[in-house]
Design a binder for this molecule. Structure first.
Ligand SMILES: Cc1cc2nc3c(=O)[nH]c(=O)nc-3n(C[C@H](O)[C@H](O)[C@H](O)COP(=O)(O)OP(=O)(O)OC[C@H]3O[C@@H](n4cnc5c(N)ncnc54)[C@H](O)[C@@H]3O)c2cc1C
Length: 304
């Protein structure tokens, strides 16, 4: 790492900076080679410095939420990984039903707080791991609910001096199935969420039901990243993979779960290349036998 690179952080950055960090320690898959630098901005000032620095030096930058929807390749990530987990943890209630939530807040904390306050709208998300920022980017969803149903807009920061900070409305985010369209290079710092008042007993009941359904259908017992592929229109990706006979198929320590075929699990020391091999096999067989193209839901990043 260049001296200049290090000096920047020593002089200007309030948060922690780590070098040569194994990404497997920061992903739910427990897979991934090292990133050059991992920086933990404490606030928007830190984030601003980081974005401008990366842009000025032409260093690539990757934003990490909870790392629960990621497959990091075995060669790791070049440049700077911006870990949002240590700053951006505030929840500010603007009125009885509206919260402005830091992107680094855990989804679990937000869901529990809303239930405690008798607010409905996020029950679907109980059991979805990761951060609020990551959930917006992925338009995370389950049981008929999605983040787009409750998000009014996001505050984002990006590197170009001219338009350093802005608010994007729900319409501008352009949510679709497990997808959003944010301007390239933007980092979500706050999420504006609107919920509705409801009977706390009913909210808890729905959360319990969803929790039981989740345990019954996706308790795979090993590290993973949730669903690997999106469900094709009107179909179920797991069922398609199961029907082509791949349930339980294993490459190295990576296995197509024998509980839920749209999950790939890490049985111990799985490599990204093993997971990618299983993904390629599933896509190929489902296309050849069923004529259906599977599109990945997980984000694959880094170098081989
Ligand atoms: C056991 C398990 C169950 C799951 N169940 C579900 C489910 O039911 N439904 C579902 O939709 N998903 C599910 N997932 C997948 C995953 O939890 C969600 O997609 C989650 O919302 C990702 O959030 P994260 O913070 O971990 O994002 P990450 O994985 O860290 O990042 C995902 C993407 O968002 C970007 N990003 C993260 N934070 C920011 C930010 N602040 N600004 C800009 N970009 C950002 C990253 O660069 C990356 O491209 C599951 C995963 C696991 C492991």
């Amino acid at each position: 790492m260049s001296l200049q690179y290090s000096l920047f952080f020593i002089h200007r950055f309030k948060g922690k900076v780590l070098f040569n960090v194994p990404m497997r320690d920061y992903t739910s898959f427990r897979i991934g080679g090292p990133c050059d630098v991992m920086a933990f901005p404490q606030d928007e000032g830190d984030l601003h410095d980081l974005l401008q620095f990366a842009e000025a030096k032409d260093f690539p930058l990757f934003v990490l939420g909870g790392g629960t929807n990621l497959l990091v390749r075995d060669g790791g990530i070049r440049g700077i990984v911006v870990n949002m987990a240590e700053g951006f943890g505030d929840m500010r209630w603007e009125d009885e039903t509206k919260v402005v939530c830091g992107a680094g807040v855990g989804m679990r904390s937000l869901v529990m707080e809303c239930a405690d306050r008798g607010l409905t709208g996020l029950e679907f998300a109980c059991g979805i791991p990761g951060s609020v920022g990551g959930a917006v980017v992925m338009n995370a969803g389950a049981y008929g609910g999605e983040m787009k149903d409750v998000v009014e807009g996001v505050e984002v920061v990006w590197g170009r001096r001219k338009r350093f900070r802005g608010f994007l409305s729900r319409r501008e985010i352009n949510f679709s199935y497990r997808r959003t369209e944010l301007p390239k290079g933007s980092v979500i710092v706050n999420v504006h969420i609107r919920l509705k008042k409801a009977d706390p007993g009913e909210i808890r009941k729905r959360m319990r039901e969803y929790g039981e359904r989740r345990r019954a259908t996706s308790a795979v017992g090993f590290p993973g990243a949730g669903s690997i592929f999106k469900n094709p229109e009107g179909m179920n990706a797991g069922r398609l993979i199961e029907e082509v006979g791949l349930k339980g198929k294993r490459y190295g320590d990576a296995q197509i779960s024998d509980v839920h075929a749209n999950y790939i699990v890490n049985l111990g020391r799985a490599k990204a290349k093993d997971v990618l091999g299983l993904m390629a096999l599933a896509r190929d067989m489902v296309y050849r036998i069923k004529g259906v193209v599977l599109e990945p839901e997980i984000r694959v990043v880094g170098e081989d």
